[in-house]
Design a protein around this ligand. Structure first.
Ligand SMILES: [Ca+2]
Length: 121
């Protein structure tokens, strides 16, 4: 009986920490999985939208994420770039060149709660 109790406690601990690790990790852009991740809050918190390589976003309204992004993580592969716009392919913009990028607070880029579209080149 005692053994069972310890086993149950062990399983509970494992699953609790396992779940936490997954939540904390979230999507991770890297060379193997190039992508742009838009987060609802600063410091990569809250809900997020994943933009896969080659997937243009004509309007984030379609993802219920228009004017909501507050931070960004991205991996842009060599030879590619991704540009984000304040409006429908116009207005204030942010060009991501090849490499790994973190923008923890889009207020610094003047784009907090403003991004509407994004395109790969
Ligand atoms: Ca906008």
């Amino acid at each position: 009986m005692k053994t069972l109790r310890y086993l149950a406690l062990g399983l509970l601990t494992f699953s609790t920490f396992g779940a936490r690790a997954v939540l904390a990790q979230g999507p991770v852009p890297c060379a193997n999985t190039p992508m742009v991740v838009l987060y609802e809050h600063p410091n990569f918190q809250g809900g997020y939208v994943i933009v896969s390589l080659g997937e243009d976003i004509h309007s984030l309204s379609a993802r219920s994420f228009n004017d909501r992004a507050s931070s960004i993580k991205a991996y842009i592969p060599p030879g590619r770039s991704f540009i984000l716009y304040e409006h429908l392919r116009q207005g204030n913009n942010l060009l991501l060149r090849p490499g790994y990028w973190e923008f923890p607070d889009l207020r610094r880029e003047g784009l907090n709660d403003k991004i509407t579209s994004g395109y790969w080149n």
